[in-house]
Ligand binder design. Structure first.
Ligand SMILES: NC(=O)c1ccc[n+]([C@@H]2O[C@H](COP(=O)([O-])OP(=O)(O)OC[C@H]3O[C@@H](n4cnc5c(N)ncnc54)[C@H](OP(=O)(O)O)[C@@H]3O)[C@@H](O)[C@H]2O)c1
Length: 219
């Protein structure tokens, strides 16, 4: 597949590397333009372009910019695309978003509302990028880690689940985007190393008031 990546930070680079290693064609981008990605492009062995070029390039487009910047990506660029939403909400970085604080919506529903012609799948938000490169295991391994996804389009979710499997992870489908709160930042399953059965149980048991201590997932 061709995978376009908007955002060339920790997430964009980690996913670009895994996608390339699994035989996909990758184009990465940032806000400052491809000239600023000269070394990154060489190190990852991928193409670099503008955000618009990466969006046009991808069958799948990975949305890996900080949440505060999501509206700066024009929706038209991503019309008709499967968009992987890796975002998490950090108020100290992104500013206060009251609908999220009041749990009236989820981060991925915000993005989906901004991208009405795209098929948004929430994925890869609940793993620290330092782990994404080293925790993958072959299918059937007893210690294979599972990652949660959510989305409103079954075909798009199946495509993202296959990609996640190639990267070495089982997948647990948490349901539509409206259920994505179950694995947002600071929820019990967030960035936890769990197998499929453990993750299924934890997502099902997560209640609206269940949060872990800030930063617990980095310990
Ligand atoms: N780091 C992790 O382990 C991790 C894990 C899971 C999820 N997440 C979440 O994933 C998202 C990305 O995180 P990150 O750690 O990769 O962030 P990061 O290292 O700060 O990188 C952000 C990237 O987004 C680019 N960007 C910002 N605005 C843009 C725009 N308008 N157009 C194109 N590119 C733009 C930046 O490019 P410039 O430098 O050119 O501005 C930069 O390359 C965040 O919501 C984060 O919370 C992070």
């Amino acid at each position: 597949m061709r995978i376009g990546i908007i955002g060339a930070g920790f997430v964009g680079q980690a996913i670009a590397k895994l996608a390339g290693a699994n035989g996909h064609e990758v184009m990465i981008s940032n806000s400052r333009g491809p000239d600023t990605l000269f070394s990154v492009r060489s190190a990852l062995g991928c193409a670099a372009g503008t955000a618009a070029e990466a969006a046009a390039f991808g069958d799948i487009v990975v949305f890996a910019v900080p949440l505060k910047a999501y509206r700066s990506i024009p929706a038209g660029l991503l019309a008709g695309k499967i968009v992987i939403d890796t975002n998490n909400y950090y108020p100290e970085r992104d500013g206060t978003i009251e609908e999220l604080d009041r749990q009236q919506t989820t981060t991925s529903e915000l993005l989906a509302a901004h991208l009405p012609q795209s098929r948004v799948v929430k994925a890869f938000n609940a793993i620290v990028m330092a782990d994404v490169a080293k925790d993958g295991r072959p299918s059937g391994a007893t210690d294979r880690r599972a990652l949660p996804i959510a989305g409103d389009d079954a075909d798009a979710k199946a495509t993202v689940a296959r990609l996640t499997g190639q990267f070495g992870f089982d997948v647990v489908d948490a349901g539509p985007l409206s259920e994505g709160w179950r694995f947002e930042r600071a929820r019990p399953a967030y960035c936890m190393r769990l197998n499929r059965a453990e993750l299924e149980r934890m997502l099902a048991a997560t209640t609206r008031d269940a949060f872990v201590e800030e930063g617990a997932w980095r310990k």
